[in-house]
Design a protein around this ligand. Structure first.
Ligand SMILES: Cc1cc2nc3c(=O)[nH]c(=O)nc-3n(C[C@H](O)[C@H](O)[C@H](O)COP(=O)(O)O)c2cc1C
Length: 341
């Protein structure tokens, strides 16, 4: 892979490609390796699982010192931290912070400041970078001015997995966020997330003023992700218009406590149709359970952003990063040539 594509993000993290693989609950697997910069998600798991994932990460990444900086991030769902007993939430934050991870990622919570303050107060020397994912300009202002986030991730409506059903399209959201003059001496970097599929997409976000891109769905199509072959096959044949924002899958699997306005984008199938036509939850759940067991595409859950229509093969994560890097460089070169003319 050729030279660094230098941005505020690459300097902040010491990486070559302005790309982050976000926390994806239940999908982490061996994506820790070969992903440029990767977040792992605490999802619905207890601290013990996170501790063992972090120690696995330390050994996979061959970080010899047990306290040396761990060049990955850990993602927390704000609403879930709020909901669990305070001691459990603290155990999760303590596990990540004491493992000296390079970044902590917070999303989907009405009181993220409480958790950001907790880690800053209790782990001042670890100094993990704070990423905050936002869905509106107001949330971005809060992240910059009150949370003093190091990195603000603008998540557009196109995103795969959970996000706000009220978020604007990514390009509108990002430009709205970048146009603000923030009342803060603190200068974060801004990233773009949602529906991005290839290196030209990363280049276009850089051109708009982002310091990098976040790509989730693209990394589901790697052997390292925990998605099954059937889920990956469903992604390969899917078109962008096959994705839908819905609460159907959360009802089907019994995870309906998400904050108001948050739903998930996945591939439309009969689970969604049943939900939309008012089928009873018991029936939806039992069909979903059976469909997941038999890996039936008509029933199971496949999160996917709108970029899925441009994704058509499974590749090792390392090769995905290399391809994205090269495509991004080529597009930036084309853009700068056009500007010279
Ligand atoms: C399978 C999957 C799981 C996700 N889980 C989380 C999560 O646990 N926490 C979070 O903040 N975002 C989560 N997201 C959203 C990502 O942070 C990111 O915004 C999204 O993947 C970007 O859109 P894209 O998938 O179109 O690239 C998830 C996305 C996917 C596809």
């Amino acid at each position: 892979m050729s030279e660094i594509i230098s941005t505020g993000l690459t300097s902040l993290l010491g990486i070559k490609t302005p790309l982050i693989v976000p926390p994806m609950a239940g999908v982490s697997g061996e994506l820790i390796l070969n992903s440029n910069f990767r977040m792992i998600s605490t999802g619905y798991q207890p601290a013990e699982v996170l501790i063992s994932e972090l120690s696995l990460a330390r050994s996979l990444l061959e970080i010899q010192s047990p306290t040396g900086k761990l060049p990955i991030g850990v993602g927390f769902l704000g609403w879930l931290l709020d909901k669990m007993p305070f001691d459990e939430a603290k155990s999760l934050l303590n596990a990540a912070s004491s493992a000296n991870v390079q970044a902590l990622w917070f999303s989907f919570g009405s009181d993220l400041g409480k958790w950001v303050q907790y880690v800053r107060e209790h782990f001042p020397t670890e100094n993990s970078l704070i990423f905050v994912q936002v869905n509106s300009v107001e949330e971005a202002i809060h992240a910059v001015e009150n949370l003093k986030a190091d990195v603000v991730v603008a998540q557009g409506i196109e995103s795969g997995g959970h996000g706000s059903g009220h978020a604007p399209p990514l390009s509108e959201l990002l430009q709205g966020i970048l146009a603000q003059s923030y009342n803060s001496s603190h200068q974060p970097v801004f990233l773009a997330a949602g529906g991005l599929a290839n290196g030209a997409d990363i280049a276009s976000q850089l051109t708009l003023g982002a310091a990098g891109a976040v790509m989730g769905t693209r990394f589901l199509l790697t052997p390292e992700s925990k998605y099954t072959d059937a889920q990956r096959e469903a992604l390969i044949v899917a078109r962008s218009e096959d994705t839908v924002r819905t609460m159907a899958f959360d009802h089907a699997r019994g995870t309906i406590d998400w904050p108001e306005g948050i739903d998930g984008r996945g591939l439309r199938n009969d689970t969604v149709l049943d939900f939309e036509r008012g089928e009873s939850i018991n029936v939806i759940q039992s069909r979903f359970k059976e469909g997941t067991r038999t890996q039936d595409r008509k029933r199971f859950l496949v999160w996917a952003g709108t970029g899925v229509g441009s994704m058509n093969r499974v590749m090792p994560a390392k090769d995905v990063v290399k391809e994205l890097h090269e495509e991004c460089q080529q597009q930036l070169a084309v853009d700068s040539k056009k500007l010279d003319l």
